[in-house]
Design a protein around this ligand. Sequence first.
Ligand code: ZN
Length: 346
Amino acid sequence: MADVTPTPGIHHVTCIAGDPQRNVDFWVETLGLRLVKRSINQDDPGTYHFFFADAEGTPGTSMTFFPWEDLPRGKVGSGQVSRTAFRVPEGSLDYWEARFDEYGVDYDERVERFGSEARSASEDASGSEPRAETVLPFYDPDGLPVELVAVEIPDDDPTVPWTAFVPEEHAIRGFHSVTLWLADPEPTKELLRTMGLEEVGTEQSPGDTPGDERTRFAASGPVGKYVDVLPTIQGGRQGHGTVHHVAFQTPTDADQEAMRRAVQSAGLSPTQQIDRHWFRSVYFREFGGVLFELATNGPGYVSDEPLDDLGGRLVLPGPFEGRREEIEGKLADVTIPRPATAEADD
Ligand code: ZN
């Protein structure tokens, strides 16, 4: 285990949506993320794959979707990522609540997590984490549970805010965390330690499964730093509004191979490395049933489109380009929202 480089955190989260236009409208316009890649599901090329991220597609910022219109609505349950949380600058939750009212977004009351008690308990171990934080839970149009967490964004933060629809001082700044719902959390907790995350706190969890204990693990950060684990016996099923998988950063091929061997030694069955064009990936289903991916940081979303043009066209990786006409024929037309100010003078 000593040769495993701890993961810096979440790389991307991939979810299942219904209508592709509604998905793009919400994540680009309402939430203000940048569509950094418009592509296809490489295992199902008749389906779009949308990547929404910060301005530059920084690792730890991309929320991606397969709009599988034929699937039914899913149900969040054990063996899934139950919630995906994004960072927003401290003080911006009032802005977001007003925006959610304006756009008719379904949201819940704010909850406080890891208040003074948990903080003081953890000071012995790590000095500063976890910090008390305010969380605004909400749902995307497919019912996907999402959260905004107000955090202090340092000046040297690696994320780059995209300001087409949301001003910089309120813009989403990559992932904060994922929460895993698990029937038996213990083997997964051990796996997270194998991957280099550290347990940093526990508390009774408000705003989630009532009465259950939330255990927080921290990666080396700073983006996509946390994985929270909650026990639940509630069964789920995959469909619209659920997470398909969560990917963790293994920055280099060597990091990834070492991590792959470590999870194999832990008793899991990781795939060989698969070339996903913008990163190289290894997949495995962890002990609780959640599909995990390890993803390299390179080549990145700017490897096949200039930064200014990210998401501007349908990108068909490798051999799929030769089938462009057939593939485009299967995909619904989708219009990417543009800010009103850019259209006004056209
Ligand atoms: Zn993935």
